[in-house]
Design a protein around this ligand. Structure first.
Ligand code: SF4
Length: 494
């Protein structure tokens, strides 16, 4: 379904939520699954092999296989586990030609009915072109498409900007032309951690949005319209803001591409779930999103299960718009505006219930944690909810990549070990990443980085600079701890 939107109705909508002035949109009225006329950002249908997203369909859940296609048995078992939780859009990382040919040889063992496979690619364009021959959908990253090394943004000038742009444009047009001809779907997947230096130099804070618009424009030039858009960050605030802006810009241009929602490198445990709940839940409650993926550093099927619970919860209890960073909320003992008592339902539902109660209390200044069952767990959920909304600062921000076929070590275990040792440091941000290929870019503005570089070995970063290479994993947290102490960052409840 295509719906051209005239003007920018947001100008008449000070709360920024009632995107299209549609009755019921952003006012708490729920979208009826499958009914595009009520409450959903109207998008076209994008066909992905036997699947389709957009056009008001129920939101499709997806996840990513975290095993290389070279490991045949493990890869097939990982796909089976995703199918067992009814994940029908399955992504896989392709690092090189070998991965692609390994996947091709596995296709005869994989179900093809009612399931579509999505290639996830970074850098260069040749592999992306080849992946179109094999996969129903290809995800490209505008931040590194066509270029193997993006320069620091300060090094650009008009001439180098134009030269690189021309190079990328040529490769993008060729890629989109083939995608259109083969009727493939393409996701233009923009990540806050991998914005091209050229775009930063030219567009500053709006570089991510400009990257998306530039790619879409090149696709449209060659008649490629089977597009899905995503804009992700590892924090909820930027994820929500970027998607709000993307919808606003799409409305201005009359574009109607489905949105893939997600919080990237959300991490693990309560922090990852709360980040996902707020980042994705706020957007879904405002009528956005046609497909979801929460990037947890946990089993891929866990992502699917949590997103399914989240959608079911939001259907009954949509989240209100969040005013990120606009107030400060304290956790107190005794009398408070809101008391979080033990709750009876299962853990995920209980977590969503706590998040919902906090977001729905507009005058909230104090929260108390009632005594009793799961007290520490409830405190953690409350702290993360407040921290994700920018209403308090309680714990170390640990971002961890969701892992993929490029991972060389147990990221979830490492992230958990970092959390146990260094988890109570407000104002410290640590990134735990699976590989050096994208990890360096993806860790963005972390204070410290822990990036796998081979079996049992990691590179350690401080303020984006690699200071120690190939450190045995067993010593890595000691080094981080030493750096944190020597940087004078210990001010929490350690
Ligand atoms: S950092 Fe590397 S291993 Fe982790 S998800 Fe990104 S590409 Fe995969």
């Amino acid at each position: 379904m295509t719906m051209a939107v005239q003007g920018n109705p947001l100008d008449q909508c000070p709360d920024g939520e009632n995107w299209f002035g549609m009755q019921g949109f952003g006012t708490g009225q729920r979208a009826v699954p499958g009914d595009a006329s009520v409450g959903r950002f109207p998008t076209r249908t994008v066909a992905i092999g036997p699947m389709a997203i957009g056009g008001g369909r129920p939101r499709l859940l997806q996840s990513m296989v975290n095993v290389s296609p070279g490991e045949k048995d493990r890869f097939l078992r990982a796909v089976d586990r995703l199918l067992a939780v009814d994940c029908r859009l399955i992504r896989l990382a392709l690092a090189n030609r070998r991965d692609l040919s390994n996947f091709l040889s596995l296709l005869r063992f994989l179900p093809r009915d009612g399931v579509a496979y999505v290639a996830d690619l970074h850098f260069g364009s040749e592999l992306a072109l080849a992946a179109l021959d094999v996969c129903e959908k290809v995800r490209i990253n505008p931040g590194n498409f066509g270029i193997f090394r993006t320069r620091p943004w300060r090094e650009y000038d008009n001439a180098s900007f134009a030269k690189e742009r021309e190079l990328v444009a040529g490769q993008a047009r060729t890629f989109f032309q083939k995608a259109a001809k083969m009727n493939r779907a393409v996701r233009i997947g923009c990540n806050g951690g991998s914005i091209a230096g050229r775009m930063r130099w030219r567009h500053g804070d709006s570089a991510l949005l400009a990257s998306m618009e530039e790619m879409v424009a090149w696709a449209r030039e060659v008649g490629m319209e089977n597009l899905v858009i995503s804009l992700k960050a590892s924090d909820c605030r930027r994820t929500v803001e970027w998607n709000r802006m993307a919808v606003r810009r799409m409305a201005e241009f009359g574009w109607d591409y489905p949105l893939h929602l997600g919080v990237t490198e959300a991490g693990c445990g309560v922090a990852g779930l709360v980040r996902g709940a707020i980042g994705i839940g706020t957007l879904v409650s405002a009528g956005m999103g046609d497909t979801l993926r929460l990037s947890l550093a946990e089993a891929p099927e866990r992502e699917v299960e949590f997103c399914r619970t989240l959608l079911a919860f939001l259907d009954r209890y949509p989240f209100p718009p969040v005013e990120f960073g606009k107030k400060s909320v304290a956790i107190v003992d005794g009398c408070a505006d809101l008391c979080i008592d033990p709750c009876a339902s299962d853990r995920d539902m209980a977590l969503l219930g706590i998040v919902h109660r906090i977001l729905s209390a507009p005058q909230l200044r104090t929260v108390a944690i009632g005594r009793g069952r799961c007290e520490e767990w409830r405190r953690e959920v409350v702290e993360w909810t407040l921290q994700c909304c920018g209403w308090g600062n309680f714990r170390t921000e640990i971002i961890a990549c969701p892992t993929c076929g490029r991972t060389t070590y147990d990221v979830a275990a490492a992230a958990d070990a970092v959390r146990v040792r260094l988890g109570n440091l407000p104002n410290v941000r640590i990134a735990v990443m699976g590989c050096v290929v994208n990890g360096v870019g993806e860790m963005g503005d972390a204070d410290y980085g822990y990036i796998g570089c081979g079996k049992g070995r990691v590179n350690l970063y401080r303020k984006g600079i690699c200071l120690l290479r190939s450190v045995p994993e067993k010593n890595a947290i000691d080094v981080l701890e030493e750096w944190i102490y020597s940087d004078g960052k210990v001010c929490g409840r350690l």
